[in-house]
Design a protein around this ligand. Structure first.
Ligand code: URA
Length: 191
């Protein structure tokens, strides 16, 4: 088996472990009330990993991240950045939908964190794109999204390129233009 195939198999093994967790009765509300856990989508060879917050209702039903309205905008942003979907792995900090889409709680984030670390270790992306302040806080606790969005920052050996969360632009039309400009800057940072 080639190295690329081995990485793919390791990434799939993490996804299997995440999905199997649904039956684990761990006591965490998100894991027990979701329809299914949502590991992420994309190849182990991805050079970019996009990290959202947690699945919403559509993602909970489909088992795939960013398939709803925020996902459509995310696809537009990839186009603006000139990024091919095949070059991206998309996942969330928390792999299970919080009831009524509430913010994930810190213990839930800590509970799911090792899966994200395992995915990042296998993929070893050139660039990590946290979407919104919650995802950013996991990688750069001292950074403020209003100050660092649309720029590359280096934190603990990781190259981050934070963007506002696309869902925020669905409620705040003014943010959409900023997100598009930031996505174009992301495209330039990759060239
Ligand atoms: N918002 C997120 O943060 N993640 C998803 O998968 C969908 C919407």
């Amino acid at each position: 088996m080639s190295t690329a195939k081995q990485r793919e198999a390791r990434l799939e093994a993490v996804a299997d472990e995440i999905r199997a967790h649904k039956g684990a009765r761990c006591g965490f509300e998100v894991c027990e009330t979701c329809t299914q856990l949502v590991p992420g989508v994309g190849p182990a060879s991805a050079s970019i990993v996009v990290v959202g917050e947690a699945p919403g209702a559509k993602e909970d039903a489909a088992g795939v991240p960013f398939v709803g309205a925020a996902g459509k905008l995310l696809n537009t942003l990839f186009d603006e950045a000139g990024i091919a979907r095949d070059d991206v792995f998309i996942t969330n900090v928390v792999k299970a939908r919080p009831p009524k889409n509430r913010d994930p709680k810190a213990p839930e984030v800590a509970h799911h964190w090792p899966w994200l670390e395992a995915q990042l270790e296998i993929i070893a992306p050139q660039l990590l794109v946290p979407l919104g302040r919650h995802a950013l806080a996991r990688f750069a606790p001292d950074a403020k999204i209003a100050e660092v969005h649309g720029t590359a920052i280096e934190v603990e050996g990781r190259r981050l390129f934070p963007l506002y969360h696309p869902a925020a632009a669905l409620y705040n039309g003014g943010l959409r233009a900023t997100l598009v400009a930031d996505a174009q800057a992301l495209g330039r940072a990759l060239r």
